[in-house]
Design a protein around this ligand. Sequence first.
Ligand code: HEC
Ligand code: HEC
Ligand code: HEC
Length: 111
Amino acid sequence: MGNKFWRILIVSVCIICFAALGAAFAQKKVGGGDVKYESKEKGAVLFSHETHMKVPDTKCNSCHTKVFKMKKEAKITKADHAEAKYCTVCHDGKKAFSSTAEADCAKCHKK
Ligand code: HEC
Ligand code: HEC
Ligand code: HEC
């Protein structure tokens, strides 16, 4: 078999490998990805690992597992908003926007 055949074969394999790697990286999500909380009363809340991991000095253990388990399971109530638990550990109006200020509700609750 000629040199040309091997060259085409090797180039083809490389293209396939790069395409597969590219797809793998494109899909790579940060931490637990987007966590969506459906809410009956107040509008769905989307928690983004990606935006939170961009906050300076944030590590996985800023939240896991002292504040949140590594599993989508938290049942967050309105009363929890006023206590130093779940999102309010940071969303207290100092470290991050407040969970109890009317003007900030819509930053988490969409529609
Ligand atoms: C700012 C807080 C925060 C940080 C930082 C954070 N997470 Fe999470 N993570 C959460 C929340 C909130 C949930 C959902 C917990 C719940 O609903 O009980 C979660 C859930 C998860 C889940 C489960 C997802 C699912 O759908 O069940 C995994 C896996 C996870 N996180 C991994 C990570 C890793 C890895 C890192 C570091 C790269 C990280 N997290 C950093 C807040 C955080
Ligand atoms: C470890 C601290 C920490 C915890 C816990 C945390 N956040 Fe945040 N969050 C931040 C900081 C810091 C910012 C950026 C500063 C700001 O916007 O005030 C932010 C920004 C956001 C934003 C705006 C950026 C975006 O992603 O759209 C939303 C929405 C948000 N957080 C929702 C949540 C929800 C929902 C939870 C609980 C499930 C949560 N956060 C828990 C620290 C935290
Ligand atoms: C930092 C993000 C964040 C902010 C800010 C926030 N909430 Fe929430 N809230 C949540 C999350 C997460 C839940 C739990 C999931 C759900 O039910 O939407 C929740 C749940 C609730 C619930 C219970 C809903 C249900 O169906 O059980 C009520 C009511 C509520 N929030 C009202 C408010 C009000 C009013 C404000 C503004 C004063 C507010 N929230 C601000 C994140 C936030």
